[in-house]
Ligand binder design. Sequence first.
Ligand code: LLP
Length: 387
Amino acid sequence: MTRAQQIAFFKSVDTPFYFYDLQKLRTVLDALDREINQYKYHIHYALKANANPVILKEMVKRGYGADCVSGGEVQASLDAGFIPDQVVFAGVGKSDAEINLALNNNISCFNAESLQELEVINELAAQKNKIAKIALRLNPDVDAKTHRYITTGLNENKFGINPGDLPQVIELLNTAKNLEFHGLHFHIGSQITDLSAFKHLCLKVNEFNNYFKEHQLYPKTINVGGGLGIDYHNPEEKLIPDFINFFRIFDRFLELDPNQEVHFEPGRSLVANCGELITRVLYIKPGLSKSFAVVDAGMNELIRPALYEAFHKIDNLSNPQNHDKKYDVVGPVCETSDTFGKDVPLPETRRGDLITIQSAGAYGEVMAGNYNLRGIVKTYHSDEINN
Ligand code: LLP
């Protein structure tokens, strides 16, 4: 389907909505598959980036596993057809109900983040007469050099088991009857574009791997998380993230036994650039120092700019002329942070024009809310328009 056909469709329906281009998604996943097959790496797609059933179906078709961080995500992954034995469950605050759901469905493993969580999983598994497989999420204290809200691998962050607790954790794993040690898990942050952070992670992983082997616990799986960044400034030209150099770093710097499996949990890098938020201009409001384009999407539909001051490329689909004007593109929500972009270069923009906010396929729809009682955003995808 051509871009002109997509835009004709956009004009025919109510705004705002997310649009997923599945052809773009498949192009990205083809590129990913080429790399992982070379190295025999395993993918667990991070549902938190986008759990739309249409997207999940594409991931299931590829044979990926699922990385979940709540009972809701565990259930969504099972509903979408992921194999339970390829579902992992992470998160610092798993409730008893969520742990029980995962145990009942015999998921592959829990990525456990604290000593107390291990004790609780052991107890709940014992009640069901089951053995819970455990990967330990460790905090490697590596700086991912990304936004402070999405940095997770520093000592000061709440994530992962601190190395100081390891002797007690190892003692528990050796004595707990209903826990089986499976592997190690790391995740240092998201939207990482300085790939040297991953080299530092590999060096830490090697140290932890040796430490566990020295303590007679053999990690069968090494899960290095997600985090690969995308190019928000050039979503069309750079549709495919730098998978080549990303995986090359792990191949070069991880020192593992040939039978240790390496797992990745990408989210954003797979789905961000296949999604856009389509919105209409409600009003043009000349301000004192600049003009505002007030659109019908708000921070409740896409919160990333308000929450992280994140950049998303914005364009006018109705008037593809010279970008010789500048607008602050703002939503209708009663907060100043409800701003998608400041001083955005756009052509002359009018009431009724269609606007695209790009690279919104990751952490867009999933983070949408009902603030100001605006309702939950609609979605469309390219395959349904083709039919
Ligand atoms: N694994 C774990 C344990 C994670 O915490 C995350 C993301 C991922 C994998 C996937 O990371 P990715 O490949 O997508 O970078 N809402 C923020 C991003 C939060 C990321 C949370 N964790 C945003 O909109 O930028």
